[in-house]
Design a protein around this ligand. Sequence first.
Ligand SMILES: Nc1ncnc2c1ncn2[C@@H]1O[C@H](COP(=O)(O)OP(=O)(O)OP(=O)(O)O)[C@@H](O)[C@H]1O
Ligand SMILES: [Mg+2]
Length: 510
Amino acid sequence: MTEPDEVPRVSLQARGIAKSFAGVRALAGVDLDLPAGKVTALMGENGAGKSTLLKILTGDYQPDAGTIEIGGRVVSFAEPSDSRAAGVRVIAQEPEIVPFVSVAENIYLGALPGAGGAVSQRRLQDQARIDLARFGFDGLLDPRARGIDLSPAQRQMVEIVRALIDEPRVICFDEPTSSLSDTETTVLFRLIARLRDDGCAIGYVSHRLREIFEVADQVTVLRDGQLIGTRTISDTSESEVVRMMVGRDLSAMFERTSHEVGEVALELAGVCTDDVTDISMSVRRGEIVALAGLVGAGRTELALAISGDRPITSGTIKVGGVAQKFRSPADAIAAGIGLAPEERKADALVMVRSVRDNIALAVLGRLSRFGFVNRRAERELAATYISQLRIRTPSMSQLVQNLSGGNQQKVVLARWLAKQTDILVLDEPTRGVDVGAKAEIYAIIDELAGKGVAVLVISSELPEVLGLADRIVVMQDGRVTGELTRAEATEERILTLAIADHLSSEGVLP
Ligand SMILES: Nc1ncnc2c1ncn2[C@@H]1O[C@H](COP(=O)(O)OP(=O)(O)OP(=O)(O)O)[C@@H](O)[C@H]1O
Ligand SMILES: [Mg+2]
């Protein structure tokens, strides 16, 4: 590690930053200070302008007004390379990963070591192994794996390593933990602490309040594209930050209601796929079951198998007592199973279509007669979910690609809620969603269960699992390691089941 005075400590100051998109004012004169040697959290509801502000710091967007100073000098970023040259890097909310090349190639894209000649795969991979270890990601990511095979957590790690090899002085993370489990988050926080102690100025966007109080020194809050204020972490509280974000007290936090649990809706017996082994579990009508475990434990794989997207090599899936043979997702949908997938970009949304089209897509059959879509029914459906989930969009004809990350996630959910399936599988349903909207989504899931829907939720957020589920099934390395009722479950018990085998070797438990 470098001595503090070896490298100049630089702070970033942005003043009066404004940015509008056709019809949408994203930022209206925002000030931001990122002091060297400090972690500054940036918080605000979905659509508040956080990512837009960071994209201005990277030179991806040009501000309509305002100035940026780095180390006391005014800078202007006409394009991303200017920002990189000034020592600024942002870890993006949705990392860009090239699907059909290796992790190593993805890391050194555009900055191949030994540039000029042909670079051997071998050398790239050796270098990648060294850099991954340097940042604490060894063992979590294979340099030879292809981009397309990476989990969201691993994509995030590639993005982080890619940024850090340039040794930036100002580093911003845009929701880095939304796809990480607790263990990986611990690894990331250690890394952030190290960067801070090295004198980096760090910006940190997250919707997880608990994290902010763990990792940040100060918190800056945006609302509707305006700066609300900055507080030192030790002088503020979660409730004050929430009040600054939403402009009111968030009094009624989510409370689970108890409902009648009916017959078994979904039953798995000894299910195996290439990635999961011998899974037996069930979900009853009116019941919310959570699948907990570390990223890579096989939860998403299992969800894909249940929804017909992965072949089952042995075992059976029964729906309403009837054994099923899914050859494709369409078969599972026909059997009454809906899956809201984890990755909104790749699997779930048609980015270049409108919010309305995306919500209606799953129910076109129901909205059509004689091959014609009933436009009015389609609009009504979209309007219902836009208001129920508080999707922040200037209109229902806005393209999904122009929505903020959290609002895109709400569109994914809306689509599957609109479909009204008997069995609903939700993979990280509140990923990237702000605190206020989270409570609303929990209430909707609760209401669906109250109507008799069988819900299976995958979540890496333990408070979410504990607050929402009737039962918790914990997985590790592709197997079920235990099951807890709502009454039995604690964070510690879930974690223990999730990492039991790793306890001795890694010492990740406190
Ligand atoms: N390219 C664009 N075209 C049109 N509108 C945009 C564009 N990019 C962002 N916006 C709008 O600007 C506003 C701010 O979006 P931004 O992505 O900065 O929010 P955010 O605070 O990062 O939210 P989240 O927590 O959901 O990620 C939103 O209303 C969004 O829809
Ligand atoms: Mg964002």
